[in-house]
Design a protein around this ligand. Structure first.
Ligand code: SAH
Length: 365
């Protein structure tokens, strides 16, 4: 509970912090942050992701990237960037599948954006034998704007900090994290509303209909990053594919920030640094950010539709033929990735491409 008492000390010294600041510290504090101190992915961790379900996921993404590159006339010196590469599994599967296009791989500069030193080390180990030129950065920055940009982000944007605003009779007030004064133990954290409402333009018009207590969640960091990526893709060429769980229209006025530990839901403020924190991705806002950056935006479509359209079922059949003993596992993995009750509908895919491309594989026109 070291991180919790450090956060309480910070609040004592400086006053309440935004939910976004709390999330940033809980996930990325260099000493005690959730991602900074562990490998959270897989059966023994807190959650499992699509690339860890089956190699087919990364293979399909790799073929999609090669197709997007070919559709643009095979630009020279492409750069492949992955945001938040976890265990490095997705990149390993992408590179294996991309071997169908040796010219794509030949001049490829690969950059992994990973804030966690622990996960950077796991990724380097996993990709040691991949025979590719790979470098690591903690953040996406301007150095990545000089080549055609092929970018993938799976379950990355959900980890970026969100700010929350709550509708009250005074107007929309930001939700803050403070130190509890009553009832709880000293040092426990609690939510409290900022007393002064935010200026009106902060809240999009379509949220104004919210009842009192309704919540508007907003990820300024995620949207700024999406816009920057879209701008590079629009100017230099390339394609950015974002896959995550989330929503593509305003479906209600609830919050989606959640904590998960050991594959179970937990209280958001209970154990900062020990539980994963994430929020559903607002795909409508992501699409707007992509357009502001000048890219042609396709999707969102469901992960199930995306993977099925680009041929995951055919790939599974092929694998069943060559590995008959694994037929059941392959069928189950396919169902897990595309099944409506599993990851197929909750997860969505969206892509940013240069304005000259009108048709993009996996996204119905
Ligand atoms: N894409 C992987 C892992 C998803 S978990 C998969 O699908 O399995 C989220 C990943 O993003 C982790 O690697 C985490 O360390 C990284 N991450 C989270 N927030 C980050 C940030 N602000 N900057 C860079 N990396 C971040």
């Amino acid at each position: 509970m070291r991180l919790k008492s450090r956060i309480a000390d910070l609040i004592d010294a400086q006053g309440p912090m935004s939910v976004a600041q709390f999330m940033t510290i809980a996930l990325l504090d260099p000493q005690d942050g959730y991602y900074a101190t562990r490998d959270p992915i897989g059966a023994s961790g807190d959650f499992t992701t699509a690339p860890e379900v089956s190699q087919m996921f990364g293979e399909m993404v790799g073929l999609w990237l090669v197709q997007a590159w070919a559709d643009q006339g095979c630009p020279k010196n492409p750069r492949l960037v992955e945001l938040g590469p976890g265990r490095g599994t997705l990149m390993a599967d992408i590179l294996r599948a991309a071997a169908v296009a040796p010219e794509f791989l030949a001049d490829l500069d690969i950059v992994m954006i990973e804030a966690s030193p622990v996960l950077q080390a796991i990724q380097a180990e996993k990709l040691r034998g991949a025979g590719a030129d790979i470098s690591w950065q903690a953040q996406f920055d301007d150095s990545l704007s000089d080549r055609p940009l092929f970018l993938v982000a799976n379950e990355f944007f959900d980890a970026l900090p969100v700010r929350q605003y709550v509708k009250t009779e005074r107007g929309w007030c930001e939700r803050m994290v403070t130190v509890a004064t009553e009832g709880l133990r000293r040092g426990d954290l609690a939510f409290a509303l900022a007393p002064v409402p935010v200026p009106r333009p902060t809240i999009p018009e379509d949220r104004e209909a919210a009842p009192d207590g309704g919540v508007y969640e907003h990820s300024p960091a995620g949207l700024a990053l999406a816009e920057e990526i879209a701008r590079i893709v629009a100017v230099k060429g390339g394609a950015a594919l974002v896959i995550d769980y989330g929503y593509d229209a305003v479906t209600g006025f609830g919050e989606t920030l959640q904590a998960v530990g050991g594959h179970e839901f937990a209280e958001v403020l209970a154990e900062p640094g020990a539980d994963d924190l994430s929020a559903h991705v607002d795909f409508a806002a992501l699409a707007q950010a992509g357009k502001r950056g000048g890219a042609h935006v396709v999707g969102p479509v469901t992960q199930g539709a995306f993977l099925a359209t680009i041929g995951i079922t055919e790939r599974a059949e092929q694998l069943v033929k060559s590995h008959p003993a694994e037929a059941d596992a392959l069928i189950q993995a396919t169902e897990r990735l595309i099944g409506a009750q599993q990851m197929g509908t909750l997860f969505k895919a969206i892509a940013f491409v240069p304005p000259v491309l009108s048709e993009v594989a996996g996204f119905a026109p």
